[in-house]
Design a protein around this ligand. Structure first.
Ligand code: ZN
Ligand code: FE
Length: 252
């Protein structure tokens, strides 16, 4: 399975998947033209659009792509009324076949109520949409902090070497936020250096890995006593700490 990154707008990523038997799939095409340009350049058809959630920056390319390629649209079952013309309603914990590959749906409410992540176990790849970002997580538009924390814990439980493809390039801003809440973390300065180096060369910080995020991402570390200590919140529950740092980030 080949994965390509198609940057759109200022900081969104659309992902293209080509399976070994030639099935051509895109995830979250918020804009059609960059996807059409990519497909033309590689002389590829388009068979399926997959969605993690209903926000416009993830679905607005659908009508044009469906008209041009006659592709199917697969999206989260709970967002059936908010994503038009869906052919397949993806259910939590279910496995779906994509040509020679398959993925499992992980329901990750918080950013939106119906949000899902797509897990390709054989390849150890996760498409996390707007739930998990490198060093960050999505805003809580439709969910509670506890829901989002539970969703992030589901993702955190995946194997360490899992590659995570995030739908936005927010890493540098997330790192600056991390610095504001945990300035003494010994991994901080090297991490920021590496991000700056990549961004200077216009290299995306996606994919990241579970191991990298577990170690650094404050939103995956709401139960880490070291972070609680840095925040002077010892004794608070992970849910409380998560809610606290999510609020700080909203106003950062
Ligand atoms: Zn979103
Ligand atoms: Fe988004």
């Amino acid at each position: 399975m080949d994965i390509s990154i198609i940057p759109i707008f200022d900081d969104n990523y659309v992902f293209h998947i080509l399976t070994e038997d030639g099935l051509s799939v895109v995830i979250d095409p918020g804009d059609a033209q960059p996807v059409i340009d990519f497909l033309n350049r590689h002389e590829l058809p388009l068979h399926i659009i997959l969605h993690t959630h209903h926000h416009w920056d993830h679905i607005d390319g659908d009508p044009l792509l469906q008209e041009k390629y006659g592709c199917e649209i697969w999206g989260p079952e709970h967002e059936i009324l908010r994503i038009l013309h869906m052919n397949v309603f993806l259910e939590n914990e279910q496995e779906y076949t994509l040509g020679t590959d398959s993925f499992k749906v992980i329901h990750t409410p918080g950013h939106t109520r119906g949000h899902i992540a797509l897990y390709f176990e054989k390849h150890q790849v996760l498409f996390s949409g707007d739930t998990l970002f490198s060093l960050g997580c999505g805003r809580l538009f439709e969910g509670t902090p506890t829901q989002m924390w539970d969703s992030l814990k589901k993702i955190r439980a995946l194997p360490d070497q899992t590659q995570i493809y995030c739908a936005h390039e927010y890493t540098l801003d997330n790192a600056r936020f991390w610095k504001s809440i945990e300035p003494e973390n010994p991994k901080l300065s090297k991490t920021i250096e590496d991000i700056l180096e990549k961004r200077k060369k216009n290299i995306s910080t996606t994919p990241t890995t579970i191991a990298f995020e577990k170690d650094r991402n404050p939103f995956l570390r709401a139960d880490d006593p070291q972070l609680a200590y840095a925040l002077k919140k010892d004794g608070q529950t992970p849910e409380e700490i998560f809610a606290y740092i999510r609020k700080l980030k909203d106003n950062f």
